[in-house]
Design a protein around this ligand. Sequence first.
Ligand code: GDP
Ligand code: MG
Length: 175
Amino acid sequence: GDYNQKIDYVFKVVLIGDSAVGKTQLLARFTRNEFSIDSKATIGVEFQTKTLVIDHKTVKAQIWDTAGQERYRAVTSAYYRGAVGAMLVYDMTKRQSFDHMARWLEELRGHADKNIVIMLIGNKCDLGSLRAVPTEDAQEFAQRENLFFMETSALESTNVETAFFTILTEIYRII
Ligand code: GDP
Ligand code: MG
């Protein structure tokens, strides 16, 4: 949580990807350790914060969640402004959400700073029997595009902290 303490850095990280891939639940899991099955489509651009310590420095992560604007090109440039990190999220049980990663990446690269740290996230790894995206396909895409990559479950809390911690640590490392 956030404490009344000196903040050394504020890092803006944006979540992008198709609707229903689990962006809002990843954010809820990371910032509040919560999850809800019937999460409502997000309304209005919003962000949540979480303060953590990296290398003895206090870092406030300001994580932005899209607001039901997940249609192609509906996310405005204000959303990307000042972002130092981005998580490109797909649902590993929905092939289409992975196939759309290339256009989300193109849109991101069109708006964001060229040094932005990007992580590809295959969410819903708890639904292994319904997997539609092999890990190797995502690894290959991530390698080609120079992205970090992790498979997560917001439901079971798998790799969620690790994913956010990894991207924030990398941002810290390169600033
Ligand atoms: P968003 O539109 O990308 O923000 O997606 P949401 O976070 O609203 O999640 C969409 C639906 O997927 C909701 O019913 C969530 O409960 C569900 N969901 C999100 N993350 C996971 C996960 O890791 N595993 C499973 N099984 N369901 C998830
Ligand atoms: Mg949402």
